[in-house]
Every structure is written in structure tokens, then in C-alpha cells.
Write a protein that binds this ligand. Sequence first.
Ligand code: ADP
Length: 211
Amino acid sequence: MNASPEGSNRKRGARLLIVGPPGSGKGTQAKFIADVFGIPAISTGDIFRHHIMHQTELGVRVKAIVDAGDYVPDSLTNELVAQRLSEPDAANGFLLDGYPRTLEQVRFLDDLLAGDGRLEAVIRLTADEDELVRRLTHRAHEQGRADDTEEAIRHRQEVYARQTAPILDVYRERGLLVEVDGTGGVDEVAARIREALAARGIGDAGDTAAA
Ligand code: ADP
């Protein structure tokens, strides 16, 4: 369909993670970046919300946890991700959004990826706390997410700082961490991410053709 036979890194696949505090815009960026690379953006939060909305057995089990802004137990989350990554569309790569979030999940993902295909980069979006709260409050009005109450927002940020920040150290030590300023417009941040990845030989920031 698309005549880009040689040269272009677009749609070549990649194995990426995106990490950032609640409200950092990682979901939006994940979809964009995944599209650029022709890989699925897999958001554990979206998957849980989908199950909750459809009141599946899993959804019923995790609803109270997710609504409170706590983490779903690792065993459940890991199982879900293993299953999702085994689907055909993830064979060429994936961008995981919101996973791993704990050191136990990091270990699980390491085992899962052992052999075929290690991670290429971990994108970390940074943002100012005040801006984060502003964005989340705005989203609460627009989307009415049950975990976007002020109390749950604050709690999620605390949980993030305590549990998820340490995983960044692991990936930093492995030389995989790509830190990107997440403030500004969606396009601006997206361009920054692509440039940061391109600087590491992942994708091509100059290729802006949209599919
Ligand atoms: P945000 O990062 O904006 O808070 P997400 O959509 O990534 O939102 O996640 C929403 C909720 O889903 C989390 O607060 C948590 O309850 C649950 N969740 C998502 N990913 C994980 C994970 N990797 N481990 C445990 N719980 C998770």
C-alpha cells in the first residue's frame, strides 16, 4: 500500500515502554508513537477499564482497586500482559503503556522477553506536578473517569512515586531510559519523543509522513 520500500524505518516495529506519572499524557503519546512504528499500544489501564465497563469476571474483581487508584495485584496484571503480548499483532513489537509498574512486573517482563527481543527503549515523560493535577482535573470533567476524583488523583501520584519510580532506576542502569519533557502541546511532545528515539537509532524523526 505504502510505497516506502527501502530506507524508511517507519513501521519497522520496536519494543518500547512508556512511563510517566498519572496525567503526563502517556496514553496519548503511546498511541501516536505506536502508530508511527506500526505496533500496538498496549495500555494495562485501558484493558482494566474495558473489563470493568463490560463487567467481566476480571473487571468485577479489579473494579474497587482501580477506582481507588491502587495497583492491581502483580499476578493478575502479569498474566494479562503475557496473554496480550502473545497475540499476533505484537509479534513485530509493542509499546507498553502503564506496565511494568512494579519491580516484580519488571522481573516478569524480563523473563517474558528473554530470548526473543529485548526492550529497545523506555520513554519517560516528565511533567510538572501542578500541570499534572490541572490536566487530570480537566480529564475528570471531560471523561468522568471514576479514578479521576481529586483524592484518587493524589493517591495515584503517591503510589506512582513510591512504586514506579524505582523501576526507572533499573532501566536507567541498563541504559534504556529516554527522558522526554512532557510539557507542551501533544504534537510538540510527540516530536520530542521521536527525536529522542531517533538519536538512539530507533525510528527516524525526519520521516513525518502520516499513514
Ligand atoms: P494513570 O497512569 O493515568 O493513573 P492508567 O490508565 O495507566 O492511569 O491506569 C489506571 C489504573 O489501572 C491504575 O491506577 C491501576 O489501578 C490499574 N493499573 C494499570 N496498569 C497497572 C499495572 N501495571 N499494575 C497494576 N495496576 C495497574
